[in-house]
Ligand binder design. Structure first.
Ligand code: ZN
Length: 307
């Protein structure tokens, strides 16, 4: 096999939410430090320093918070905004009015398809109302997406979904999603499935980048979960494995609140946050040196077909 890769794109997809606690419940009282402080003062300066273009996938509670929306509208630098759904927090069949202290195990795909569609439609309308354009990139909360989610997103004009985590099956009391057979690189979902590649269609699936391991779950392309060397080895694995592909995509993921101490089970101190950001920037700089190009999630769609 010869090396046919012409372009390598790196995208960074970030679930952008209220602060959480060490057990992944929403903060009580509800706070938004990752939006009002984390994005403008930590993440955007870090991304700008290496030319990276993040995609912030916004949840309902963030778009309902006036101070957060103001901070998002004022955010400087290069980035894309999309949406992220925790299905219990939006009509129809909304389960919580006050989100403080609440966990959200619901998979959106456990709702009947017409209810899931209306939830996504309401989420998208909220985005459009706040930012005056349509969201085109999306990830499901808890990765709980199915083929119905893809169909709904496509009807709503989305260009990219990034809910698929290859090699992993997720289980909640009310549903199960199984991505173990999914491709590791972007693909168009075949009708009736979210893990089988098919013909070109409007919406592109961009899986979270993983490297499979024997006997254990895959290694995530994700700061804190993986060290600098481990992230580099994930990249090398993807480049080697996909060297016959013209375009190779690397999709780093994490949550906005991971860079606020104690707002997730991950970084707990300022030092932890520094390590997180330093590791991330080191890997992004290293990629830049390799000639990897940075782009937002929806930009990737242009690399895959004519639409
Ligand atoms: Zn989430």
């Amino acid at each position: 096999m010869t090396d046919r890769t012409e372009d390598v794109f790196l995208t960074i997809s970030i679930d952008t939410e209220c602060d959480h606690d060490l057990a992944w419940a929403r903060s009580k009282p509800l706070t938004f430090h990752s939006i009002t402080h984390g994005l403008p003062n930590v993440l955007q300066p870090a991304f700008s320093s290496c030319g990276a273009v993040p995609t912030y996938l916004l949840t309902v509670e963030v778009m309902e918070d006036a101070e957060s929306v103001e901070a998002l509208r004022a955010l400087q630098g290069q980035y894309e905004y999309g949406t992220h759904l925790h299905a219990a927090f939006i009509e129809p069949q909304k389960k919580f009015i006050d989100y403080a202290g609440v966990d959200s195990p619901d998979f959106q795909c456990s709702y009947p398809p017409n209810i899931e569609y209306q939830k996504l439609s309401n989420l998208s309308a909220l985005f459009e109302q706040r930012f005056h354009y349509k969201a085109t990139s999306f990830r499901a909360g808890r990765y709980g997406a199915s083929e119905h989610s893809i169909d709904a997103l496509e009807r709503l004009g989305y260009l990219v979904d990034t809910s698929v985590t290859p090699h992993i099956a997720w289980e909640e009391p009310n549903a199960r999603v199984d991505f173990r057979g999914a491709p590791e690189q972007p693909f168009f979902c075949s009708p009736g499935t979210i893990i089988q590649p098919g013909q070109e269609r409007p919406i592109l699936e961009v899986p979270v980048t993983m490297k499979p391991r024997w006997l254990r779950g895959p290694r995530w392309f994700r700061p804190w979960f993986s060290s600098v060397d481990q992230m580099k080895s994930i990249i090398n694995y993807q480049l080697r494995k996909n060297r016959s592909q013209r375009v190779v995509v690397l999709n780093m993921m994490f949550h906005s609140m991971e860079i606020i101490p104690k707002a997730t089970p991950y970084p707990q101190s300022d030092q932890d946050v520094m390590r997180f950001v330093d590791d991330m920037v080191e890997v992004l700089d290293w990629c830049s040196g390799l000639g990897v190009k940075f782009c937002g999630l929806s930009e990737l769609r242009k690399q895959f077909g004519e639409r």
